[in-house]
Write a protein that binds this ligand. Structure first.
Ligand code: UD1
Ligand code: CA
Length: 452
């Protein structure tokens, strides 16, 4: 039997944030979501989350999470240290037999394989506790692990409690432990607050448990703990590098990889070219042969094959194959482009379906609209969708053309193959095949000169 406990009750004082530390976002997922995700393949029987500081907010953020095994929230109030946090499990885990995997909620880069290795080593060695360690060039801030050549650990001493000589030890505690629960439960009540912070330290149990073993991770990046914004940024950089390397290996070209950011939910087809300064957020699906950027943000959107997007923002939009977007276009939520559309510079599209082959090339706002196929929207055409209280729809039939600077005051319907004269303001429906003009007649007075 395996139980997983994530320590997520701390305030994260050093972040200086209104948000609890474990809810800080990292490449689109919170720290605690990442920690939980890293142990899902172990299929634990129990998953306990220790919450305290802004407990309700953390619970809300994780409601329904946890994969196949439901999350049990355990309240730690007040937060008197990591040992005190794990003491709160004595009641919910009374009678539990098996291993307890303890994960610090602020160590988000662990690979699933590393945790699997830790559990396997723990089970095969029969240790009372096995913890993950790493050797760091700069171990400042971490607990130091004192171990012999066989991997047996005698104690962990927190950085602030270390003597000068102890600080020279570069073997650090990652904050990830596999305990035999019964043995841990027997020593938990013996913890004391005899340390620099006056807290109960989980790390002190290690000196009370025998045998205590450690497993050193070769890639020290994995065990980065996040206590402040600098470490948050460093972890973000590690995740971004992992994501870019993954997608380059899958056949994506990045012209300037370091200038682009991805999310876990980004998916690329083959032979996509990503130019400099492009950012992908949420779930973004980019089809084969797309060319993105430079200077583009794609957020929660789906692009078909061979789409080109240049200096533009695409949010919660769906774009079919062979469309060209930008430069300087904005697709807002609910924009749906059928195959082969062209959306040009300074065009904004929101909650609108644009039929195949249609063009909205310059300076337009198309909102709450349905455009048929092969519509040509003239420069500066605006769908006036808002009367100050409600939004109304505009429908433009296939093959229609609007002249430059047309205003279509919704609700309004234009049939197929309508032509709208330049500068028109239309307030009434137009039947198929008609020419609609809605502008003042031009007046010319010859031989007119002001003041004469
Ligand atoms: C801890 C370890 C240190 C290790 C480091 C690795 C202890 C005493 N020290 O130090 O050896 O090198 O992690 O990153 O454990 N938490 C609670 N309740 C509390 C206090 C903390 O749930 O009362 C949670 C925090 O939300 C956080 C985690 O425990 O997710 C670690 O706490 P933190 O204060 O960051 O410990 P460190 O000083 O980093
Ligand atoms: Ca920490």
């Amino acid at each position: 039997m395996l139980a997983v406990a994530v320590l997520a009750a701390g305030k994260g004082t050093r972040m200086k944030s209104a948000l609890p530390k474990v809810l800080q976002p990292l490449a689109g997922a919170t720290l605690v979501e990442r920690v939980l995700a890293s142990c899902q393949n172990l299929q634990p029987q129990r998953q306990l989350l220790i919450v305290g500081h802004q407990a309700e907010r953390v619970e809300q953020a994780l409601a329904g999470g946890g994969g196949s095994c439901p999350l049990e929230f355990v309240l730690q109030q007040p937060q008197n240290g990591t040992g005190h946090a794990v003491q709160q499990l004595l009641e919910p885990l009374a009678g539990f037999e098996g291993e307890l995997l303890v994960l610090n909620g602020d160590v988000p880069l662990l690979r699933e394989q590393t945790i699997t290795d830790l559990l396997e080593q723990h089970r095969s060695s029969g240790a009372a506790v096995t913890l993950l360690t790493a050797r760091l060039a700069d171990p400042t801030g971490y607990g130091r692990v004192f171990a012999d050549a066989s991997g047996a650990v005698s104690a962990i001493v927190e950085h602030r409690d270390c003597s000068e000589a102890q600080r020279a030890n570069d073997l650090i505690n990652a904050g990830i432990y596999c305990f035999n629960w019964k043995q841990l439960a027997a020593v938990l009540p013996q913890l004391s607050t005899d340390n620099d912070q006056g807290e109960l330290y989980l790390t002190d149990t290690v000196a009370m448990l025998r045998p205590a073993m450690h497993l050193e991770v070769p890639d020290a990046d994995e065990i980065n703990g996040i206590n402040d914004r600098l470490q948050l940024a460093q972890c973000e950089a590690v995740i971004q590098e992992r994501l870019r390397r993954h997608w380059m290996a899958e056949g994506v070209t990045f012209v300037d990889p370091a200038s682009c950011t991805l999310s876990d939910g980004t998916r690329f087809g083959r032979d996509v070219v990503v130019e400099p300064q492009c950012h992908f957020r949420g779930t973004a699906e980019i089809g084969d042969g797309c060319r993105i950027g430079p200077g583009t943000l794609i957020d929660n959107s789906r692009l078909g094959e061979r789409v080109e997007v240049l200096y533009s923002v695409v949010r919660e939009a769906v774009v079919a194959a062979d469309c060209a977007i930008g430069p300087y276009a904005q697709l807002r939520p609910g924009a749906q482009l059928a195959q082969g559309c062209r959306v040009g510079n300074f065009v904004e599209i929101k909650q609108a379906r644009i039929g195949a082959g249609s063009k909205v090339n310059h300076l337009s706002y198309i909102g709450d609209a349905d455009l048929g196929e092969n519509v040509n929207v003239g420069a500066g055409t605006i769908t006036a969708n808002y009367d100050g209280v409600n939004k109304h729809r505009t429908v433009i039939g296939a093959g229609s053309k609007t002249g430059a600077n047309s205003v279509l005051v919704a609700p309004i319907q234009l049939g197929a193959n309508v032509t709208v004269g330049a500068g028109s303001t239309l307030t009434k429906d137009v039947p198929a095949g008609a020419l609609a003009l809605g502008r003042a007649k031009q007046l010319v007075k010859e031989n007119w000169q002001a003041g004469s």
